[in-house]
Write a protein that binds this ligand. Structure first.
Ligand SMILES: Cc1ncc(C[n+]2csc(CCOP(=O)(O)OP(=O)(O)O)c2C)c(N)n1
Ligand code: SF4
Ligand SMILES: [Mg+2]
Length: 328
């Protein structure tokens, strides 16, 4: 099954690209009847990938369910910037869970709806990479294993951003965080640690697993819509650059989220990969690392070409393993 028929690479707005498409192919976001589920006025940083991703995910899920949706949200930036009590930017029934139990709270909501015979209302849960891969992982695995009827969305900005950029098990090798080694032979996050949540989700054999990035919002919407067509446990893992934690310019968020091989974009059903987003040109990882201050220690005088080569090897392995390169 192809993930998408049309792939648009755009810098800022989808407005122009949308006009080139048939109405039924335009993004949910370009439609006047979009639900604005995460509406304006929240306090995310300028260029926040998480705010952008969440807006697209929730609006697409709202459209797919005709507005009958409940969200459980783990503690993290997404919750903190959107709901400074007594204000809220959410325009749907939305619950703030603890940092580590959003999957369990969502499972409970799904169970309560089932007990009430309300099959029309659907449930999403969402959290950051720390809430999902670290502290909430047992709850998430339980939700998968029981095949609870929940779509869980992880917004991966590769560290604990809300509390000041601490390392998570999604932090990439060599990245500097507030609690990785600042100096020494190998400053930054060590190689060979961390976990691959999408592959672990696939190993549970759940109905649907996908990865996506905010660089391709058509693809992200498509994957949410596909997830909402299915029942049981579903998982979408979205790469969302964070200007504050990555030390990147706010206008670089979309460009940095483009496929480099470091974050394979794919879709799996029942544990089997059914589609992979191909990379047109394999750019050197240096182009991705250099604009981010969290990797600045690799570009001193002399540059750490040995470490950059090891990061390149990670991308090359992904490109081979998931057959990411387009072949003519
Ligand atoms: C049990 C517990 N430990 C620690 C915290 C503090 N805390 C709140 S959010 C957060 C980090 C969130 O990181 P992540 O899930 O990656 O979301 P992000 O802010 O990066 O979007 C931490 C450590 C907490 N709320 N509860
Ligand atoms: S710290 Fe990062 S994730 Fe949090 S609001 Fe700012 S840009 Fe978004
Ligand atoms: Mg995070």
């Amino acid at each position: 099954m192809p993930a998408e028929r049309i792939k648009l690479y755009q810098l800022g707005t989808f407005a122009v690209g949308n006009r080139l498409l048939d109405p039924d192919e335009r993004t949910v976001q370009s439609r006047s009847e979009r639900s604005n589920t995460l509406t304006s006025g929240h306090r995310a940083c300028q260029g926040c990938g998480e705010a952008l991703g969440a807006r697209y995910v929730l609006d697409a899920a709202m459209r797919a369910t005709e507005g009958r949706l409940i969200a459980a949200n783990a503690t993290g930036c997404l919750e903190v910037f959107s709901t400074p009590y007594p204000e809220s930017s959410w325009q749907l029934p939305w619950l703030h869970s603890l940092f580590g139990n959003a999957p369990a709270v969502a499972s409970g909501i799904a169970a309560a709806l089932k007990a009430q015979g309300r099959s029309d209302i659907r449930v999403v849960a969402q959290g950051g990479d720390g809430g999902t891969l670290d502290i909430g992982f047992a709850c998430l695995s339980g939700m998968f294993e029981r095949n609870d009827d929940v779509l869980y969305v992880c917004y991966d900005n590769e560290a604990y951003m809300n509390t000041g950029v601490q390392r998570s098990s999604a932090t990439p090798p060599a990245a500097r965080t507030a609690n990785t080694k600042p100096v020494g032979d190998e400053p930054g996050n060590v190689f060979g640690q961390g976990k691959n949540a999408p592959l672990i989700a696939m190993a549970h054999g759940i109905p649907y697993v996908a990865t996506a990035t905010v660089a391709n919002l058509h693809d992200l919407e498509h994957k949410v819509e596909r997830a909402m067509e299915l029942h049981g446990a579903r998982y979408i893992h979205v790469l969302v650059p964070c200007p504050l934690g990555w030390g990147s310019a706010s206008e670089e968020t979309i460009r940095l989220a483009r496929e480099t091989g470091l974050f394979p974009v794919l879709e799996a059903e029942g544990g089997e990969i059914v589609s992979v987003s191909k990379i047109r040109r394999a750019l050197p990882v240096e182009d991705y690392l250099r604009p981010q201050k969290r990797f600045a220690h690799l570009f001193g005088d002399p540059p750490r070409s040995d470490v950059i080569s090891r990061v390149q090897a990670v991308a090359d392995r992904n490109i081979r393993r998931f057959e990411l390169l387009e072949v003519d």
